[in-house]
Design a protein around this ligand. Structure first.
Ligand code: GLC
Ligand code: GLC
Length: 663
């Protein structure tokens, strides 16, 4: 059965000459057809299914081929690898359920579906939230009550014994950690979430495996094929050369980026913990093997994959080995494979790096969405300084993204806070970045006089003085201190800070993502030190166990938790009903006070003015500006329902925010 005819052509229908890449791609694909055909036959695939996947393959092939040639074309056995990659793709596609294929088709017809204002996310650790996947399924009504339509389950695959870096040291991508359930539980959950209109997000931890992954075990037993999956060195000569230009990521775990392995009598590249072995993507077999794992994960029913630690996946001597061009090409190649084999799947980049580098991962052909670490850091920065000038400068220059891409905005996640703003942005508004980072670290660890925050240092580097910050949203925003001092006025301010930050995250543009627990104002949990597998990593302070009895407080209007929960629920509801909050379009408004942040969000003819007061003192915004920006004289504050007239200047209470819609 001849499945398709590739038209040999030197000009396309617009008369444009076929590029050299396209021609080579076409010839290569022609040579791969016999393998594809024997696959269709052996699997007894229907003709219309073949047509559908071949159509996508042909459309995305020139791009994928070009990327693979760039990365691996010099290898003597390139064509072999090319064929393996294509066959891995079609095998992955073949195992995709019809229900997922249906949603693939819908999404192809609705590009940019993920920029909708209706998407609001939550993240959680299954074991800490609900013990296991079965019980998590029972909590779908809870997610709906809060208004979530996107759920990120922190890594839940089989992990090494002992410390597993919060699930990020995976020993098998195809089995679920038995403590939380089975693969079938995961698939059932995915189906139930789909029915409930909630997107499922899982991690793709592709920079490294655990030291007990099958590949690593094979390497340890001297299997040459698998030794080439990792970076192994007999002595310190090469590692020392690399380390001249590397940054230390987990300096309190171990100095440098390499770990001595006694069994092999070799050094292993380990960017993060010593038991997380970096994969060697110079080896095309690693790309192919991880592609198979990626499609396997996608086929469990995942809508969005969080690409973990993207910055580190390519190494080049003499560089920082972060954000290299080939790292982007690898991700683009995974993206092209997804377009062919699982086109409903989209990517989220986890690049917690300089803002100029963060955006380089974002495009329809690479990661359609990305964490927004700069907005996160600068919201906290504004809260500490009561001054939004650095945040404004960053928003003005860095918020806009290419069409069909979007941010994932967050306040806290399972990781630490690093102060990843641009030093020149800081200089432009009169801030010395070095001193400012020291100030922020002092402020958020509560060392700075008058600070309301209760953060904990993470990865303090004694040589450079660098540090990052751990802590829950509520503890960093002052609630822990206020409760400890039992001061009603401080509690009030802390709650307002929590709501202000959430209102900013929900209105700025992009998918809002909360770390569950935030909806109750959960405080730091210092008990993690009792668990030896967690004690060395302060990020556990902000990963507490869900306390289900909090739900009982929902009816109690006087309770802090009840108030935070209900307020967030309301904000989420409004966000989802306000078309102005879709997409990223944002126009900053000048105000007279640096304590204020004001912007107009607009989409599809719908406009909302957001004004936020980042200080504990009342502020005023002049009514002329509101009239001009909002094109009206009367507004409704969507949050309180109050009518605001522009007959006189508008006052904002401490930490108040307004979401103004013209009436
Ligand atoms: C990512 C994860 C983090 C983990 C690291 C190594 O940054 O968010 O929790 O420690 O990757 O996998
Ligand atoms: C990873 C880690 C995070 C760290 C970052 C540094 O994302 O998870 O903790 O801040 O790398 O680049």
């Amino acid at each position: 059965m001849i499945a398709l005819k590739l038209n040999p052509r030197s000009r396309d229908r617009h008369g444009v000459a076929e590029s050299r890449n396209d021609k080579r791609a076409r010839i290569a694909l022609e040579r791969l057809l016999p393998s594809l055909e024997s696959f269709w036959e052996s699997e007894d695939v229907d003709q219309d299914e073949i047509d559908e996947v071949m159509d996508r393959l042909q459309r995305h092939w020139p791009r994928l081929f070009g990327l693979l040639v760039g990365l691996y074309g010099e290898q003597w056995d390139f064509f072999y690898h090319l064929e393996q990659i294509v066959m891995t793709m079609v095998r992955g596609w073949r195992l995709r359920d019809e229900s997922l294929r249906q949603s693939d088709r819908q999404r192809i017809n609705n590009p940019g579906w993920y920029t909708s204002e209706k998407i609001v996310g939550g993240a959680l650790y299954v074991d800490l939230f609900s013990e296991n996947l079965g019980k998590l399924r029972d909590q779908i009504p809870y997610f709906q009550k809060l208004g979530l339509t996107y759920l990120h389950l922190m890594p839940l695959f089989a992990v090494r014994p002992g410390n597993n870096d919060g699930g990020y040291a995976i020993s098998n991508y195809r089995s679920v950690d038995p403590r939380v359930g089975t693969l079938d539980d995961l698939k059932e959950l995915a189906a139930s979430l789909r029915e409930a209109g909630i997107l499922l997000v899982l991690d793709f931890v592709f920079n490294h495996t655990a030291d007990d992954h099958y590949w690593a075990q094979q390497a340890q037993s001297g299997n040459e094929e698998f030794e080439d999956y990792y970076f192994l060195f007999d002595d310190r000569i090469v590692p020392d050369q690399y380390e001249r230009t590397l940054r230390e990521i987990f300096p309190t775990v171990r100095r440098g980026s390499f770990t001595w392995h006694d069994g092999m009598q070799r050094w292993v590249w380990t960017t993060f913990n010593s038991f997380q072995w970096d994969l060697n993507y110079r080896n095309p077999e690693v790309f192919r093997a991880m592609l198979a794992e990626m499609l396997f994960i996608a086929n469990t029913g995942v809508d969005l994959l969080r690409l973990d630690a993207v910055a580190f996946i390519w190494k080049q001597m003499g560089t920082m080995c972060e954000n290299l061009p080939e790292a982007h090409e690898i991700i683009q190649a995974f993206n092209a494979c997804a377009r062919i084999a699982a086109p409903g799947l989209i990517f989220k980049s986890e690049a917690i790096v300089h803002p100029d580098e963060v955006v380089r991962y974002i495009s329809e052909e690479e990661c359609q969405t990305s964490y927004n670490p700069t907005l996160m850091a600068l919201l906290w920065e504004s809260l500490a300084t009561r001054d939004t000038k650095l945040l404004q400068r960053s928003l003005a220059r860095r918020h806009k993204l290419p069409a069909q891409t979007t941010w994932v905005n967050y306040l806290r996640c399972h990781d630490d806070i690093g102060w990843t703003f641009d030093d020149d942005d800081a200089a432009a508004v009169g801030i010395n970045a070095y001193h400012h980072r020291h100030f922020l670290n002092a402020f958020y660890t509560g060392q700075f006089e008058g600070s309301f925050a209760r953060g904990v240092p993470f990865q303090h580097n004694v040589d450079t003085g660098d540090m990052r910050i751990s802590g829950t949203l509520a503890s960093l925003a002052g609630l822990e201190q206020a409760i400890e001092q039992d001061r009603a006025d401080l509690k009030e301010l802390a709650i307002r800070r929590i709501l202000l930050l959430n209102a900013s995250m929900l209105s700025a543009g992009g998918i809002p993502l909360m770390y569950l627990g935030e909806e109750w104002g959960t405080l730091n949990d210092y008990d993690f030190v009792k668990d030896p597998a967690k004690a060395g990593d302060t990020r556990w302070v902000h990963r507490p166990k869900m306390q289900w009895d909090y739900l009982d407080e929902l009816g109690d209007d006087g309770s802090i938790r009840g108030r935070i929960f209900k307020s967030l629920q309301k904000l989420i509801e409004i966000r989802k009903q306000t078309p102005a909050f879709s997409g990223l379009d944002m126009e900053l408004m000048a105000t007279q006070s640096p304590q204020l942040l004001a912007y107009v969000r607009a989409s599809a003819g719908n406009r909302v003015i957001v004004v936020s007061n980042f200080s504990e003192h009342p502020q005023t915004i002049d009514s002329n500006r509101l009239r001009t920006a909002g094109m009206g004289r009367f507004f409704e504050d969507l949050y309180t329902g109050e009518t605001i007239t522009t007959a006189e200047d508008v006052h904002l209470e401490p930490y108040q925010f307004l979401w103004l819609h013209r009436v």
